[in-house]
Design a protein around this ligand. Sequence first.
Ligand SMILES: O=C(CO)[C@H](O)[C@H](O)COP(=O)(O)O
Length: 224
Amino acid sequence: MEKKRIAGEEAAKRIQSGMRVGLGTGSTAYYTIVEVGKRVREGLDIVAIPTSRETERLARELGIPLTDFRSCPRLDLTIDGADAVTPDLQLIKGGGGALLREKLVASISDELIIVVDDSKLYDSLSGLAIPVEVVPFAWETTATRIEQLGGRWKLRERNGEAFITDNHNFILDTVFDEVADPADLARRLKLTTGVVDSGLFIDMAREVAVGTAAGVEWRKKPGV
Ligand SMILES: O=C(CO)[C@H](O)[C@H](O)COP(=O)(O)O
């Protein structure tokens, strides 16, 4: 938790008064949000859009002013966690089931900063769990289509029932043994009828704050 805490808090320093900010979801983004709440109480003047109902609850509790997509069609910066990060900053997200709102918020952000501990760094996305949000209607057919793309899948459950996302959809946790081209896989998943979106975040993050035993290391997208 210490590595997550230092990464989350370090990234929060990038937030300045006047910014419109996306607030991520998960146990690492939690530390960013708590730090933002502290700075808001000290006078930081921002508005934020949360990426999940859980984050919305936390932000409200902490007194962080919230806005919405209609009043605020662009954000300056989003800070969010991830489940896997490759050397060229391709990501898997959605371990907490919030991938769709996270992708929507990231997609309107000028900058996406990812906060992780060093257990999330991988050389490739092959063999890792990739959450895919699917509509509940005919989800078995969608799962079969994912199999045809080469993926194994498991319906995510909570307390013995299908896990329901904030958008009232299901999550299929998929595994593809070989992910040679994450962008191509993301496209194929997106084109699959019944899939709402996948946890593959391609070319979205420019910087990652990695919490390590020695402190926070910043990784930048190669060429940026
Ligand atoms: O994508 C996410 C939620 O949908 C999270 O950001 C991701 O799962 C990382 O979570 P944590 O910081 O708790 O390890």
